[in-house]
Design a protein around this ligand. Structure first.
Ligand code: ADP
Ligand code: MG
Length: 407
């Protein structure tokens, strides 16, 4: 697996309140930067968002349910075709040189650093039989990177969308997402599930994406906390603990072992009614805890769907907090910083909170009354200062548009 560019420090030190990331990069600015870099105007500009997952964590590789929303923060790509098969990749966010490759020579074993994500997309498209040639690509992003908000999926999806349009492939959104996931799994070497790329591709403004990862069917569920006097906050702890990558793969194989031992194709096939019986049949306490998390987490997704259908958005809060306890105690993928956000936000009057994404750092979400946003934010910041942690970044998560062509 290529070494990702270093994005954040492992150790913490308290400092001034960190700036909240800007949501937008102007398409015109990215096109102008492309022109300055490559000496011609781009044929088009595309954008793909990062995401937060409201509920349904560690379920996507168990054929389960997830419910993400797209953030207003996007990765933007300006791109043009080339006739000679050369693929040139540049990111405004790495401060590095243009990476120059040839589409005939893309090799998953090569160590390409950040460029493995977009190069992997070109590789996955060709592996799937799509005729794409070379391209010049320039990227710029406002998705916080390494924060559990899926900057990697935004990068893949925006590349896939650009190549899809430039070479007239006519890929439907779910296929664009699947090929992006394949790039991350097989080219970058990260065994992620399908949620992040499908969220980036298929989300719409003002909605959650209720996705069944078994057959990749989905529904857009209206979600407008502001209409109920509520706010969904993202709290980016700005830490990423190193054990995360290995732990993720271990959880994944533990869940697969559980399914095998219980004779089901995936843990999705277990029902809440059958949970106690299933747990009785498992000797391994670790696998038992993973199974309990996945079954109860799928149930929590259903509960949130019901709460929203009833117009009872406040009832979602305690479901989030229950989900956090399950990720902390059964899946064991939380960390002190995430636990501190959840405990402090809830003690300060939030309706509920949980870690979101893969855990071991990254971000938490908090559902709170609008009027309590300042108190909750301040309480979390004070608790982080008191604990000697670096201050988190807090910003609202407005359900935003999925990937699209912007010019
Ligand atoms: P997350 O997806 O939660 O943000 P990942 O570790 O999966 O975290 O992906 C982060 C990596 O993706 C970065 O280390 C970098 O290699 C790559 N990346 C993301 N955004 C960009 C960007 N705008 N430019 C270059 N590389 C990026
Ligand atoms: Mg990622």
């Amino acid at each position: 697996m290529p070494t990702p560019r270093p994005m954040r420090e492992q150790t913490a030190s308290a400092s001034a309140t960190p700036p909240v990331p800007a949501a937008e990069v102007a398409a015109g600015d990215v096109a102008a930067a492309f022109a300055a870099l490559y000496g011609r105007m781009p044929e088009g500009v595309w954008a793909a968002p990062g995401r937060v997952n409201l509920i349904g964590e560690y379920t996507d590789f168990n054929n389960g349910f997830v419910m993400p929303l797209a953030l207003p923060h996007t990765t933007v790509a300006a791109a043009s075709r080339r006739a000679d098969g050369i693929l040139r990749l540049h990111s405004a966010d790495t401060g590095g040189e243009v990476v120059r490759l040839h589409v005939d020579d893309l090799d998953p074993a090569a160590d390409l650093g950040w460029a493995a994500y977009p190069a992997g997309v070109a590789w996955a498209l060709r592996e799937a039989g799509h005729r794409i040639g070379g391209a010049d690509v320039h990227l710029a992003s406002t998705v916080p990177s390494g924060a559990g908000l899926s900057s990697s999926a935004a990068l893949e999806v925006v590349t896939a969308l650009a190549l899809n349009d430039l070479f007239g492939l006519g890929l439907p959104p779910v296929e664009t997402a699947r090929l992006s996931q394949r790039a991350e799994n097989a080219f970058v070497g990260v065994p992620c599930g399908a949620m992040d790329q499908i969220a980036s591709t298929c989300c719409t403004a003002g909605h959650l994406l209720h996705l069944d990862t078994r057959d990749l069917t989905y529904r857009h569920v209206p979600f407008d906390p502001g209409a109920f006097g509520l706010r969904l906050l993202v709290v980016d702890t700005q830490v990423k603990h190193a054990l995360g990558d290995g732990a993720y793969a271990e959880r994944r194989s533990g869940c697969e072992r559980g399914a095998r031992l219980l004779g089901v194709r995936s843990l999705r096939d277990l029902t809440p009614d059958g949970l106690d019986h299933a747990l009785d049949r498992l000797d391994d306490g670790t696998v038992r805890a993973y199974v309990r998390h996945v079954v109860t987490e799928n149930q929590r997704v259903g509960q949130v769907v019901d709460n929203l259908a009833d117009g009872d958005v406040r009832a979602v809060g305690p479901v989030l907090t229950a989900g956090h306890a399950s990720l902390r105690d059964d899946m064991r993928v939380s960390c002190p910083e995430l636990d501190l956000v959840v405990a402090t936000a809830n003690a300060a009057g939030a309706l509920g909170a949980r870690m979101t994404g893969g855990g071991f750092g990254g971000s938490a979400i908090v559902l709170t009354e609008d009027r309590d946003v300042p108190a909750v934010t301040q309480a979390v910041q004070q608790a982080f200062t008191a604990a000697g942690h670096r201050l988190p970044r807090v910003f609202p998560a407005e359900p935003s548009a999925g990937a699209r062509r912007v010019s």
